[in-house]
Design a protein around this ligand. Structure first.
Ligand code: 48F
Length: 257
């Protein structure tokens, strides 16, 4: 049986186009495929929501692959262990309240379970702007990462979503775009992005969950981005807060959309 290269190409183009067209109108659009974004996408998909995630890089996983200083182990505290258990990720007790996991197993398993639950992930696409109507965030403006990297003058495309979730980590990229361009007052103390504080794992892990919520109509933050927007410390290679934060925003959205 012969194999036709053009048929292979047509199959990919047709299938990808259909997938992208379907993603143009979603219940939730998540920007960033780090641990927080993927966990958020997993719970939304599991609840039957039409959810799509856009990741700038070739590979999903964000800052989780590298553990701490490229030692590919992560630490998770007691309060979040149940999420690793739900995904079926192995944990080892180090000391009371300190569990260890292999970061490669953690990223690959979260991604696999999220996709199998129904999350559609697009890699190599970057969010460069948002769609706002009547002071409500209602979609994303996307371009190929390669266009962004090469500084090519190519116009983007636009997607619509009932809710947009910023899970871009430390840079809080979508929130910064909204702050800069929209004139919408954010639900922070100053109405602007507060900014991330220096390392304090215990406080950061608490505030990240508290800060994972709606920032302005139609727009939510989770993961490190939540502490960047509402002001909270970074926490290094402890990942329980990221998991709990993604779960929390998914829970709020499941009730709302
Ligand atoms: O940075 P990242 O892993 O965010 P997170 O889920 O987790 C943070 C931890 O990894 C770590 C930490 C633990 O103490 O602080 O840093 O909050 O994942 C963010 C993802 O978003 C992508 C980026 O490539 C990364 O994979 N990203 C960032 N900006 C954009 C984007 C954008 N404009 N469009 C698409 N993807």
């Amino acid at each position: 049986m012969g194999l036709d290269e053009v048929k292979i190409s047509r199959a990919i183009i047709e299938s990808y186009s259909a997938k992208l067209i379907k993603a143009l109108d979603a219940d939730a659009a998540i920007v960033g495929g780090g641990p927080a974004g993927m966990v958020c996408g997993y719970y939304l998909a599991k609840a039957g929501k039409r959810v799509v995630l856009f990741e700038r890089k070739l590979s999903i996983g964000g800052g989780m692959w590298g553990g701490g200083i490229m030692f590919n182990e992560i630490v998770v505290q007691e309060a979040a262990k149940r999420i690793l258990d739900e995904f079926g990720i192995k944990t080892r007790l180090y000391e009371k309240n300190y569990y260890l996991s292999d970061s490669i197993e953690a990223v690959s398993t979260i991604c696999s379970k999220a996709v199998k639950a129904g999350l559609t992930i697009f890699n190599l696409l970057s969010a460069e702007d948002v769609l706002i109507r009547g002071k409500k965030v209602c979609g994303l403006v996307l371009n190929w990462t390669s266009v962004e990297m090469a500084h090519l003058h190519v116009d983007p495309i636009t997607t619509r979503a009932k809710a947009v979730v910023d899970a871009t980590g430390h840079p809080a990229e979508v929130a910064r775009i909204i702050e800069k361009k929209s004139g919408i007052r954010l639900k922070t103390k100053s109405g602007k992005i507060t900014g991330e504080q220096s390392m304090w794992a215990e406080v950061g892990e608490e505030t990240i969950v508290k800060n994972s919520k709606e920032v302005c109509p139609g727009f939510y933050v989770c993961g490190m981005c939540a502490n960047a927007v509402f002001g909270g410390p970074r926490m290094g290679p402890i990942f329980g807060g990221m998991l709990l934060s993604g779960e929390k925003v998914a829970g709020e959205l499941i009730k709302k959309i």
